[in-house]
Design a protein around this ligand. Sequence first.
Ligand code: GLU
Length: 408
Amino acid sequence: MNQFQSALEQLGRAVVVKPFDSTLIERLSVPEREVRVSIPVLMDDGTTKLFEGYRVQHSSLRGPYKGGIRYHEQADNNEVRALAFWMTLKCAIANIPMGGGKGGVTVNPKLLSKTELERLSRGFVRMLYPVFGPHVDVPAPDVNTTPEILGWMADEYALLTGDTTGAAFTGKPVGRGGSEGRGQATGMGGFYVFEALKEFLHLPGECRVVVQGMGNVGGNAASIFQKHGHKIIAISDSRGGIVNESGLDIAAVEAYKKETGTLVGFPGSRTISNTELLELLCDVLIPAALENQITKENASRIQTKLVLELANGPTTPEADDILLARGIPVIPDILANAGGVVVSTFEWEQNLKNEHWTEEVVLQKLQQLLAKEAVHVWKHATELKTDLRRAAFVVALSRLDATLRKAQ
Ligand code: GLU
């Protein structure tokens, strides 16, 4: 099953629990607009290379399209379409005035020099700026796209259009229109959702946590959980992971990786594969990398009390069934990782109002919003006697449905 089919399968499962107007379901089953571009990039050796880029604008029912841009070798239109669909639902669950979109470039950014990366990022905007804008479509970071990259994009957009609000892109560097707290927002948001639901989940006070992924989301989540008294017993990057049952010091792990370029050999740890990491005995398993990690192949071997999805789409629908049958709750991506887009929306609002909020204000607003919506989803799950993913879909669909009715 491809990514988008899998996403539609989730939609189909949710409407069994609570039916919705067929017009709404039809509209959500097809993106409103998709653009594919070919970006010429001048390479450092003087040659020009073409890169394939995408922007999928899934739904503008609740506001401008909103969602990140991914740089990845495996990024393609189908994956981006699924990611855009999840953004529509995510923004509705977070109750922010945004629709859903997503972008991608098929590239391994680690193989580009910094100047090539800048030319690619500016090239992406040159090809797509007519469909972007503060009130049209507001891109942001995703896998492998940093504040620096978003800063180049926002700059290119301002040069091309004369728009100097900065509000057409979020996740920019602080000091260049970026919001305080955006860097750690997805990890922080995941933690706030976890805290809000912890008492219902009967988890120990000090949890043993396993994190898959050490990018912006996984790295920050690991530090945040550790800072709040939990034990990170394993963490990985794309090449593999490390375990230490007595707990890893995440700041030291990050420093080690920065120095050596790898996690392997971190003092006191043993090396494991990403497959083994997912099957470790723990209290909280946090997939924070890519899609399709928990599948029908390994779901029966997962040994956690909770899956907190900080990646998008890490669990397949078949794996959801297996985990549900085994009594392992999954806090779904569209709720658990909404912190990023929420703080992006705060950034957009600050740019439009020409304001700059403190980190304390940003995080407090994020915490209040996510705690409220997490409990709201939990109540729906209890009332509908269903899992948290179906309940989260129902919450999102109810809000989208209300908007559609108003518009008709
Ligand atoms: N890429 C992030 C996500 O998947 C953030 C999107 C945003 O900030 O607009 O939610």
